[in-house]
Write a protein that binds this ligand. Structure first.
Ligand code: RIB
Ligand code: CA
Length: 319
């Protein structure tokens, strides 16, 4: 019996962050969640923090601490506006009762450092599904703690023309994916920071489309079916005009699958570099390298099997 992975969840909910976290929480024998650190991204830090608290209440996990992290990207006082993918609330059409709880702290980076120093070295995995600002701040403020991270599993970046029609390289700009566009400096720091990274870029998340048949399967889940459907479909209003698909792309849960269902993916080990300025800011360069710091997920072997794993895990836990 292998020990569960100790996890810190860092993200910018956003409904796909919430679905990623819901998937992690459905695997209590494989994952021990130490806490959540919210970051500015899809919406403001105040909203991402509030959405995290409300979501944990909604799915019956109110004991997991939520800490507020970075309010703006590295070197900026105020964040640029998100791209509205998940509406102003960050939840699309999903409605969650506001939590009565407050964040456990407003120093999420300090909390991460304290947790990493208290856990056995290299036993903590960080699942990062928003801009990597908190992790870059941790690396700068507490390099000793940062070096104790076992692995970072992240959703972000884009390294080539994106499926399914290959007419753009990015979702938020024609060149860049949202998380790495929002904080390109943080992405560059973390991807080249010495802690091994498993990365789910838009190149792979664009191979997972929540089409009507898959939404119908979500609705049929024994619990939270409507919520899962809404979370899957939330960004479709942006994906459709840009990529002409019959459903929304599935981003953050793909990183969870890379961690807990790695057999579903083809990966390549690489050096990666992120454009830091100009119209291509946030765009990525991928150089295959067997000694590279980043394992990049490049292909979903069976997208139907992916959704079967997602729905199977959710149905077994939320019954
Ligand atoms: O580009 C998709 C990513 O940006 C996802 O993590 C989504 O939640 C937003 O943060
Ligand atoms: Ca996210």
């Amino acid at each position: 019996m292998t020990q569960p992975i100790s996890l810190i969840l860092d993200g910018d909910p956003g409904t796909d962050d919430l679905l990623a976290w819901m998937w992690v929480l459905s695997l209590p024998r494989q994952a021990r969640v130490l806490g959540i650190c919210a970051v500015n991204g899809n919406v403001t830090l105040d909203r991402t923090t509030a959405n995290a608290l409300a979501f944990l209440d909604h799915v019956g996990a109110p004991d997991i601490p939520v800490h507020a992290g970075a309010r703006a990207p590295l070197g900026k006082d105020e964040p640029p506006p998100g791209d509205g993918a998940f509406a102003e609330s960050g939840l699309g059409e999903l409605v969650l009762a506001p939590s009565l709880r407050q964040p456990a702290s407003h120093d999420g980076v300090g909390w991460m450092a304290q947790v990493l120093r208290s856990q056995p070295v290299r036993t903590v995995t960080i699942l990062a599904t928003g801009p990597l600002t908190n992790l870059a701040l941790l690396r700068a403020r507490a390099p000793d703690a940062y070096a104790r991270i076992g692995r970072i599993v992240a959703m972000g970046g884009s390294f080539g023309p994106l499926p399914p029609n290959f007419v753009r390289r990015g979702n938020v700009t024609p060149f860049a994916e949202f998380n790495f566009w929002m904080d390109a400096a943080a992405a560059q720091s973390v991807l080249n920071g010495g802690v091994p990274v498993l990365l789910a870029p838009a190149d792979v998340t664009h191979q997972l489309i929540s089409n009507p048949a898959r939404l119908a399967r979500a609705r049929a889940l024994p619990r939270f079916g409507r919520e899962v459907e809404l979370m899957l479909n939330a960004p479709y209003h942006l994906d459709k005009p840009k990529f002409h698909t019959d459903g929304a792309f599935l981003h953050d849960p793909t990183a969870v699958a890379g961690l807990f269902h790695p057999d579903l993916f083809e990966t390549v080990r690489a050096q990666t570099h992120i454009v830091q300025e100009g119209t291509g800011i946030g765009a990525g360069l991928l150089l295959p390298d067997g000694a590279g710091n980043v394992e990049v997920m490049i292909r979903v072997k069976d997208s139907d099997a992916f959704y079967e794993r997602l729905y199977g895990d959710l149905a077994r836990h939320y019954a």
